[in-house]
Design a protein around this ligand. Structure first.
Ligand code: TRP
Length: 344
């Protein structure tokens, strides 16, 4: 294919994906979604609800359908602007699946075998894992590279997948002699500072799959539920430390102060300057007030949006069309690069 040239990749395009599963928690909000919002000021952003990824493990269709709308409503309520940026569910743009096939032929079995998320999710009985779960990272690479996006905000746990995406991009560019065709992805690792832990056990991540609803704050919780969960959150008998070093062996204290700092837009040190030395009784009231003040408008807006599902769907459809308009020329170029007889 030497001699042919293709348009340069966009220089500042953001892509990220979020799973359409269950109820979103304060952890999803502080650790991920909230960090997506300010990127909209600087970059062209695509935010994708990854239903194709979700079905690598069985999903009950009605639950998947409801979760997709709920995540869309949450993202919009949190400040993602679907008119100036692009918000859609993955299956609306079949270009992801097509490019993922090409990447199935680029990625090596060895690379995929080393993915820790596959090992964790497949568990002991790998023979019974879906083939989709194994090639999940190829689809993730395709999500990003179908738009030749180069900035990807993710949590620490997705870093290995982005390294694999870069290996795929490199091998593709190298094998088909199209240097720089797929851009190098720059992972924007966010959310580490605000890893939100369970309210019942400060050593476990806050998770929508924890059997105890008291362990998490859901974005759909009412003000009363939020206040009650914080009141009952696990603590220890000591007053709050005045410096972060005092969090040693006090995971619950660390977690609650970290949440407070994130909700009030302060560093942990500044939050401690304010609340250090307080007993948990007083501090919890303050934390509950901050959580309610921050989350109530989001919950209200989410519920307002969810009352009109047709409107949410229309927003996603529009997003899907805008997304496809961006990926279509990329896929045409890729077919050309691969040597397929194609019509553009
Ligand atoms: N795998 C990601 C997660 O589980 C979600 C995801 C899918 C994603 N495709 C992506 C994230 C592309 C960033 C870019 O959180």
């Amino acid at each position: 294919m030497t001699g042919k040239s293709y348009p340069a990749a966009p220089t500042a395009r953001v892509f990220s994906g979020i799973q359409p599963t269950g109820h979103l928690t304060l952890g999803n909000y502080l650790g991920a979604i909230r960090n997506w919002v300010p990127l909209q000021r600087e970059f062209e952003c695509l935010y994708c609800i990854v239903d194709l990824h979700a079905i690598t493990m069985f999903q009950e269709p009605a639950a998947l359908h409801a979760a997709t709308r709920q995540v869309a409503a949450a993202l919009i309520a949190c400040g993602i602007d679907p008119t100036r940026h692009i918000l859609f569910n993955q299956s609306l743009n079949p270009d992801h699946a097509e490019l993922a096939w090409y990447f199935n032929c680029v990625a090596r079995m060895g690379w995929l075998s080393r993915m820790t998320q596959f090992k964790e999710k497949a568990g002991k009985d790998r023979e019974r894992a879906s083939a989709g779960l194994f090639v999940y990272p190829n689809l993730m690479a395709a999500d990003i590279l179908a738009y030749r996006a180069n900035r990807v905000p993710v949590g620490e746990d997705q870093k290995q997948h982005l390294e694999l995406a870069n290996s795929i991009a490199d091998k593709f560019n190298h094998d088909w002699e199209v240097p720089g065709y797929f851009p190098e992805i720059d992972p924007l690792i966010l959310g580490e500072a605000t890893r939100v832990m369970s309210l019942r056990d400060g050593t476990k991540k806050m998770s929508k799959s924890d059997p105890s609803d008291m362990s998490r704050i859901n974005l759909t919780d009412t003000a009363d539920q939020i206040a009650q969960k914080i009141r009952k959150a696990k603590t220890d008998p000591e007053p709050l430390p005045t410096e972060a070093a005092g969090f040693e062996n006090r995971p619950e204290a660390r977690n609650l102060v970290t949440i407070y700092a994130a909700l009030t837009d302060k560093s942990v040190a500044d939050a401690l300057a304010e609340v250090g030395g307080q007993g948990f009784g007083d501090f919890k009231k303050q934390l509950a007030d901050a959580a309610v003040a921050h989350l109530s408008p989001i919950t209200e807006e989410m519920n307002r949006l969810l009352a009109d599902p047709a409107e949410i769907d229309a927003t996603l459809f529009k997003g899907g069309e805008k997304a496809r308009a961006l990926s279509r020329p990329v896929l045409a170029q890729v077919r050309d690069i691969l040597g397929f007889v194609h019509s553009g």
